[in-house]
Write a protein of this length. Structure first.
Ligand code: GLN
Length: 448
C-alpha cells in the first residue's frame, strides 16, 4: 500500500494496517531494519530514522552513548506529520550518528539489503530504505548529510529525496554536520515522496537556518508533461561501473522519448567534492558531538575517579570506531596551524562547487547523475574507510551546494540488484525536480 492510499483510509482500517505491519515486521525480523517498533499516536504509520526526536522515545542515533536517553520533545517534522494524520512508528536502524554509507556501524547490528542478504542496504539511512523496499514500512523519514537518503534508496530500489538546505526544519534532528544536514522522504514512488515532502516542509522559527519564504505545495501541482532540459554529466558516467552506465543510458533514452532535451556536460570531478566534504563534515561533527559527555545525555561510564576520567571513559566506551575517527579528523582540521590549510581551503572549494552547479543550471533545469559508482556492495567489502568515503563521490557535492535532489530506481542488474540515479534541481525549485522525476519514473517503468 502506498502512502497516498494509506492517507485516504478510514480510521478503523488504519488500525488494521498497523497490526498488519507489525506482523510483517516480525516475519522479516532478520533484516534488522528496525531498532525498535515503538509507537507514538494512532495515525498512518511512518518509520522514523533514529536521529529524529520523538517525545518519549529512546532516540539513540544507533549509538551506545545514547542508551537510556529519552527524547523530551518532538522534532518539528514529527509535529508536522502528526498534524497530517501520520504517526511515528518504529525507529529505523542507521549508521552511528549518520556517519557511513552501509549501516554497518550501528550499535544495534547491520541491516540487510532485502534484495541480497549478503549486501549492504546503503547508509546511513539503511534501515529506512530496507524497510520500505521490503514492504515492512509504508514510507520513512531519513536524513541526508552527504547522500544518506539517496544512496540507500538507490541500493534498495526505492525513492529518496533530499530537500534544498533550509527547506525542512532541522529542529530536533540530531546534528551531524549542521551546514549540510536535511531531513527528507523515503518512499515507494515519486508521488509519495512529493506528498511527504509537502508535509514536512516550511519555515520554522526554531531553526535559524530554515528559509523564511512562502511555501507552495508540490504534490497537488505535479506535472510530468513539462518539457525540460536535462544535463547529463558525461565524465561521471565514464568512471562508474557497467551496471550504472547501463542505467544511465536507459534513463537518457527514456527522457528523450518523453520529449525532454538532453545536454552533455563535464563537471569538475567528484574528487574535489569528497575532499571538501570530509573536511567540512568532520569539522562540524567534532563540534556537534562534544555535547555527548556523560553529563547531559544518555549513557555515563561507571567507575571514573574524577570528572576528566568520566568524560574520557564515557566517550571511549560510548562512541564506535568510525565516529571516533571523524571526531579526531574534525578536531585536527580545525586546530590552529591546520585551520587555514584544511578547513578554510575546504570552504573555498565549497564555493567553487556551488558556482559550478549554478553554471550548469544556466542552461539546464535538472542534472542527471549517478548516485553511487556501483550497485549495493557486499558486507565488509569497504573495509578501508577511505574507500568507503570515495564511494560518496556523486552525492556529497549536492549537500555542499545545498541543492535539492531525488534518487529513483531505474533498472535492475542481471543479478537482480536495483540501480538508482539522481536528478538534481535548482535551489528551492523542488517543483521542477518532482515533475522531472515523475516523468522519468513513468518512462522507465521500473519493476519492483
Ligand atoms: N556517507 C556519508 C558520510 O558518511 C554521508 C552520510 C550522511 O549523509 N549522513 O558522511
Amino acid at each position: 500500500m502506498t502512502l497516498k492510499e494509506a492517507l485516504a483510509l478510514p480510521k478503523e482500517e488504519v488500525a488494521a494496517l498497523r497490526e498488519d505491519l507489525k506482523r510483517k515486521i516480525e516475519a522479516k525480523k532478520e533484516l534488522n531494519a528496525y531498532i525498535a517498533v515503538d509507537e507514538a499516536g494512532e495515525g498512518v504509520p511512518l518509520l522514523i530514522k533514529d536521529n529524529i526526536q520523538v517525545k518519549g522515545w529512546n532516540v539513540t542515533a544507533a549509538s551506545k552513548i545514547l542508551q537510556g536517553y529519552v527524547a523530551p520533545y518532538d522534532a518539528t517534522v514529527i509535529e508536522k506529520i502528526k498534524t497530517a494524520g501520520l504517526a511515528p512508528f518504529g525507529r529505523a536502524n542507521m549508521d552511528e550518528f549518520a556517519m557511513g554509507s552501509s549501516t554497518e556501524t550501528s550499535f544495534y547490528g547491520k541491516t540487510l539489503n532485502p534484495h541480497d542478504p549478503e549486501r549492504v542496504p546503503g547508509g546511513s539511512s539503511g534501515g529506512s530504505a530496507a524497510a520500505v523496499a521490503a514492504g515492512v514500512a509504508i514510507a520513512a523519514l531519513g536524513s541526508d548529510t552527504g547522500g544518506s537518503i539517496r544512496q540507500p534508496a538507490a541500493f534498495c530500489g526505492i525513492v529518496g529525496m533530499k530537500p534544498t538546505y533550509g527547506r525542512v526544519s532541522r529542529w530536533g534532528l540530531g546534528a551531524y554536520s549542521s551546514s549540510l544536514d536535511q531531513i527528507g522522504p523515503m518512499t515507494q514512488n515519486v508521488e509519495d515522496a512529493a506528498i511527504l515532502y509537502d508535509i514536512i516542509s516550511g519555515h520554522d522559527r526554531r531553526d535559524s537556518t530554515s528559509a523564511d519564504m512562502e511555501y507552495t505545495p508540490v504534490a497537488p501541482n505535479l506535472n510530468p508533461d513539462r518539457k525540460l532540459t536535462v544535463a547529463v554529466v558525461d565524465n561521471y558516467i565514464k568512471e562508474a561501473d557497467a551496471d550504472v552506465q547501463s542505467a544511465y543510458e536507459t534513463a537518457i533514452r527514456a527522457l528523450e522519448a518523453e520529449g525532454h532535451t538532453i545536454v552533455h556536460k563535464e563537471m569538475m570531478g567528484a574528487k574535489y567534492d569528497i575532499a571538501a566534504y570530509y573536511i567540512v563534515a568532520t569539522a562540524e561533527a567534532s563540534a556537534n558531538l562534544s555535547r555527548y559527555d556523560g553529563v547531559r545525555y544518555g549513557r555515563r561510564a561507571e567507575g571514573a575517579k574524577d570528572l576528566k576520567e568520566m568524560y574520557l571513559k564515557t566517550r571511549s566506551e560510548g562512541f564506535g570506531e568510525e565516529v571516533k575517527r571523524r571526531i579526531l579528523l574534525g578536531s585536527f582540521v580545525l586546530s590552529s596551524g591546520y585551520y587555514d590549510a584544511y578547513y578554510l581551503k575546504a570552504q573555498k572549494v565549497r564555493h567553487l562547487i556551488k558556482d559550478e552547479f549554478e553554471k550548469v543550471f544556466e542552461e539546464a533545469d535538472l542534472i542527471l547523475s549517478p548516485v553511487a559508482p556501483t550497485p549495493a556492495f557486499k558486507f565488509g567489502e569497504m573495509a578501508d574507510p577511505l574507500q568507503m568515503y570515495l564511494s560518496d563521490a556523486y552525492t556529497v557535492g549536492v549537500n555542499l551546494a545545498g541543492l535539492p535532489a531525488i534518487s529513483l530506481p531505474i533498472k535492475k542488474t542481471a543479478a537482480g540488484l536495483p540501480v538508482g540515479l539522481q536528478l538534481i534541481g535548482r535551489h528551492f525549485d523542488e517543483q521542477t525536480l518532482f515533475d522531472g522525476a515523475l516523468s522519468l519514473e513513468r518512462a522507465v517503468a521500473y519493476e519492483h
